[in-house]
Design a protein around this ligand. Structure first.
Ligand SMILES: [Zn+2]
Length: 138
């Protein structure tokens, strides 16, 4: 397959993945002026696949003058990342469906899903569970 054909097929797969996961590229960050540590309920941690004993920094904005009382200020991206290695490249070239490619990428650890990326941003204290939910549960 020529390079142009490969790139066209790759664009199609990326478009289909984008449609499949409903990517929401911008989300709101916790206000740095009024953020406070937050202890989430166990059910929330289970849903997001997080463990509070592992280097977590959960934060929530209390609301201040800087954020107009919302607890949020600024934006952060929540993304899906598909690493295209030899396996994924072969599946793309063989015209496998985007669902088959997604399944193979997840099994090989080559795909960071929106939920995983959102959970990581919450774990780091960049955004909240509520804001992450708006990215994942659309
Ligand atoms: Zn604030």
């Amino acid at each position: 397959m020529r390079l142009n054909n490969y790139i066209m097929k790759l664009k199609t797969v990326c478009y289909e993945l984008h449609e499949y996961f409903s990517i929401q590229p911008r989300h709101i960050s916790v206000c740095p002026q009024c953020k406070k540590p937050f202890k989430p309920p166990v059910e929330m941690l289970e849903f997001w696949g997080l463990d509070s004993s592992k280097n977590t920094n959960f934060m929530k904005g209390k609301g201040c003058f800087n954020c107009l009382g919302t607890g949020y200020k600024g934006r952060t991206g929540i993304y899906e990342v598909l690493v295209i290695d030899d396996l994924i490249q072969k599946l793309i070239l063989k015209n496998n469906t985007s669902q088959e490619i997604t399944r193979a990428a997840i099994q090989a650890g080559n795909l960071t899903t929106l939920k995983e990326n959102a959970a990581e941003k919450v774990r780091q204290g960049i955004t909240t569970f509520e804001e992450a939910s708006s990215a994942v549960l659309v």
